[in-house]
Design a protein around this ligand. Structure first.
Ligand SMILES: [Zn+2]
Length: 422
């Protein structure tokens, strides 16, 4: 009997240990398979860490010097303007004290920007043809225009990608979306104003004209004459509107677009900068890219252009247009377009407001520019859930996209020919 008991105990111990061994074996196999899957999926022999979330401006990036990183930061903030322009602004004291370090740098040492390469690259010169501009004719289109409003150049740009409206959730049909814009450029100051249009017909163009004149009057400028291309600006209703306001209008000759070169140049600059802003945002935060946001990018590019002092005179277009001086606080406070922004939950914005203890205190949105009808401290934030764009004040900006993930694997493709110039 005792032998039978002994055998039963031994066999039970054996069974238990074999079950234990099987479990251990399965656990090892499971973790092994998981480890293998992780490596196959990630395609990397190392375990992904938070470093994958850092961008080129992170202190761990040794390819850029600290001064180059300062340079690059201003380049992102100021809408991808030329590095030489940033250096001049820094030396002129328009930026912060840290940027004065750019005094010791050579222009040849400027860093490269991926968004600028994708958004602004042009053909290289063939090194056999040289173009020399005639000094006598330089600036002749603006000659004699001594006061803001004396002459305003006007032209239209069209976009194949329809732009979302600013007061909706961005889900309206294409026929109700912006298909282009009218650009007004003041000859004296270089001040640019843009009005977006759902159609390019005479009614919408007249509405754009009215809106520009109202905004100019608020700044103390009345417009005396316009210079435009032919097309919709020659329509009976448009001309009647101009005559009603006792203004004059001149046109470029057919096939001689250079006579309206001021507005053609402005469209080229603004479209190029807006495209680069959107590409920069898409490269750093591809998850929320949306080409229909182009009206917001164009507005931001125009606002930055008007507030940036000229590289030779040191005076910003808006200073000349409004006959006032600016302290450039707008430039120092601005943020890269399209960066993540953390907005305080509405309940906490009022004094004494409370939220349940374990609820998030903020939501993540996207910064899409500044509101023209609010203070400079109020930013337009796109709600990524509802799609609405709202003016917000209690925001923390993630300027360098350190809290979102980007792979930099493929460049955005859909903006190659977004804008068509008329
Ligand atoms: Zn750039």
């Amino acid at each position: 009997m005792s032998v039978i008991c002994y055998c039963a105990i031994v066999s039970w111990i054996f069974l238990e240990s074999s079950v234990l061994l099987t479990q251990v074996f399965f656990k090892i196999s499971f973790y092994g398979i998981l480890w293998g899957c992780t490596h196959v999926l990630c395609g990397s022999p190392t375990i992904p860490t938070l470093k994958a979330l850092s961008n080129v401006l992170h202190p761990s990036n040794q390819n850029l010097t600290p001064t180059q990183k300062i340079w690059q930061r201003w380049h992102f903030k100021l809408g991808h303007i030329a590095y030489s322009h940033i250096q001049k602004l820094a030396l002129g004291g328009f930026l912060d004290r840290v940027s004065m370090g750019l005094l010791r740098t050579k222009i040849a040492d400027h860093p490269k920007c991926a968004a600028c390469q994708f958004g602004k690259q042009t053909r290289l010169p063939d090194e056999t043809t040289t173009t020399v501009k005639c000094e006598d004719h330089l600036g002749s289109l603006k000659e004699g225009q001594l006061k803001p409003g004396d002459r305003v150049f006007c032209d239209q740009l069209e976009s194949r990608v329809c732009g979302r409206l600013l007061h909706t959730s961005g889900r309206e049909p294409d026929k109700d979306r912006f298909c282009g814009a009218t650009i007004f450029v003041d000859a004296t100051s270089g001040y640019i104003h843009v009005e977006f249009q759902v159609t390019m017909n005479a009614t919408d163009s007249i509405n754009a004209l009215d809106s520009f004149e109202r905004s100019s009057l608020h700044m103390g400028v009345s417009v005396n004459s316009y210079h435009t291309d032919n097309g919709i600006f020659k329509s009976k209703r448009f001309v009647h509107e101009i005559m009603k306001n006792s203004q004059s209008i001149r046109y470029s000759g057919v096939g001689s677009k250079w006579q309206n070169g001021v507005s053609e140049g402005a469209i080229s600059i603004i479209a190029s900068r807006a495209r680069t802003l959107m590409i920069h945002a898409a490269l750093n935060w591809p998850e929320v890219e949306d080409a229909s946001l182009w009206p917001l990018a164009v507005s931001h590019a125009v606002q930055l252009y008007n507030h940036t002092p000229n590289s030779s005179s040191g005076i910003a277009p808006i200073e000349v247009f409004t006959r006032t001086t600016s302290d450039c606080q707008f430039l120092r406070n601005c943020h890269p377009w399209g960066c993540p922004a953390y907005v305080l939950q509405p309940r906490l914005t009022s004094e004494g407001g409370k939220l349940p203890k374990w609820q998030p205190r903020s939501r993540r949105g996207q910064f899409v520019g500044y509101s023209p009808v609010h203070a400079e401290s109020v930013s337009l934030i796109r709600n990524l859930t509802t799609g609405y764009v709202s003016p917000q004040h209690h925001i923390i900006f993630d300027d360098w996209c350190e809290t979102v993930y980007s792979t930099h694997e493929s460049p955005p493709s859909q903006w190659n020919d977004m804008c068509v110039f008329q």
